[in-house]
Write a protein that binds this ligand. Structure first.
Ligand code: SAH
Length: 346
């Protein structure tokens, strides 16, 4: 019902207390909790072991803000992009990437407030944060699609869809708690990566939490002048502050964060810029992912040549850094990094 709270906004304890207060036997709260987080129910009617009268009562007392798959596109390389319709009609996108492992890429906000010049999502307005349940739904639905399309479950989850996860900190952390909880989907935190454009305060807060998931920093330029030009967030969260926060992350978690670096022609792809990246990366233990740039219609940036990408990678390796080159996937359906804007070609 409108105006009533979403049943999935409560913790297990809160639910159990509320059901008890409504005169229900003690096990009802647990039963409902199981439907929500272990069986992935998306309506009260699915809760078949609850008496009909209770299901009706729940419908009067709570809303159920479910998420549904609105559209699905499959790329020539097997990558699947979905748009999800949220309970208030808004759309977000998630991507399923089948390589050796199956990775689900999920959104954390509707739109984004950060304005990165090379990213299509950056050209959207930030409309709102996603609830933890809406992040959970994306993972649940993408897992069902992985089983259907690839015959296997998800292996990894990356918070690299639309939005800035660390500007929706509480809900993102709750979604990780829900996904990793042994009673629920029980996904190992080591299979989860949160990617941030670099919100220093939140990186430090996250370093102090359990469980231990992976962190990726979208770096893309290693001098303040160049980084601020393409990522305005750098004005308030500069490289010196970021290096300190990343060092703190490593100190607390003993896991190497990843630096993501999209190599863009004439923006950040010279030998000098490779050296700037190498000196930044030398400040704390880390890994580097070099990412092929995906052109977007909103900006005139182009990927660096394949040869230059290789040269960039080997330059970093020579400086004893751990480097991976990430080829773009799902480009033909605008599912690649930075291409998520709720556009469907028909
Ligand atoms: N806001 C978070 C989460 C989004 S992750 C963050 O910035 O990390 C999306 C990743 O794709 C980021 O590393 C982003 O910088 C990168 N990206 C954005 N636009 C891209 C593009 N056009 N081509 C390749 N990567 C892009």
């Amino acid at each position: 019902m409108k105006g009533t709270p979403d049943i999935r906004s409560f913790t297990r304890e809160e639910l159990e207390l509320a059901l008890k207060a409504a005169g229900q036997p003690a096990f009802r709260g647990r039963q409902i909790y199981e439907w929500l987080w272990q069986k992935g129910a998306r309506s009260f009617d699915q809760m078949s072991n609850l008496p009909l009268a209770l299901r009706e009562e729940l419908k009067q007392t709570y809303t159920f803000n479910g998420t549904v798959v609105e559209t699905l596109q499959k790329s020539m390389d097997g990558t699947i992009k979905c748009s999800f319709r949220l309970h208030d009609g808004k759309l977000i996108e998630g991507v399923l990437i089948p390589t050796k492992r199956v990775t689900a890429c999920v959104s954390s906000q509707v739109g984004c407030s950060l304005d990165c010049k090379f990213c299509a999502t950056g050209f959207l307005k930030r409309e709102r944060n996603l609830e933890a349940a809406e992040i959970f739904d994306q993972v649940w639905l993408l897992n069902e699609l992985a089983l259907e399309h690839y015959g296997r479950k998800l292996d990894n989850i990356v918070y690299m869809g639309m939005g800035e996860p660390l500007l929706n900190y509480a809900n993102v952390m709750r979604s990780i708690d829900l996904l990793t909880h042994p009673d629920n989907t029980n996904i190992s935190p080591q299979r989860i990566t949160v990617s941030t454009a670099g919100i220093v305060k939140m990186i430090k807060a996250m370093a102090d939490t359990e469980p231990r998931f992976n962190l990726a920093l979208s770096l893309h330029a290693a001098t303040d002048e160049k980084r601020s030009a393409i990522m305005p967030i750098n004005d308030t969260n500069n490289l010196e502050m970021l290096a300190e926060a990343m060092g703190y992350w490593y100190e607390k978690t003993h896991t190497r964060p990843t630096l993501e670096y999209v190599v863009i022609e004439n923006v950040n792809d010279t030998e000098e810029e490779m050296e700037e990246l190498a000196s930044f990366a030398a400040k704390f233990p880390c890994k580097i992912n070099l990412i092929e740039y995906n052109p977007i219609s909103q900006a005139s940036y182009y990927p660096t040549s394949k040869d230059n990408l290789e040269a960039f990678a080997s330059g970093l390796e020579k400086r004893h850094l751990i480097v991976n080159v990430r080829r773009s996937r799902g480009k033909d359906i605008d599912a690649a990094c930075g291409q998520l804007v709720n556009k469907v070609d028909n």
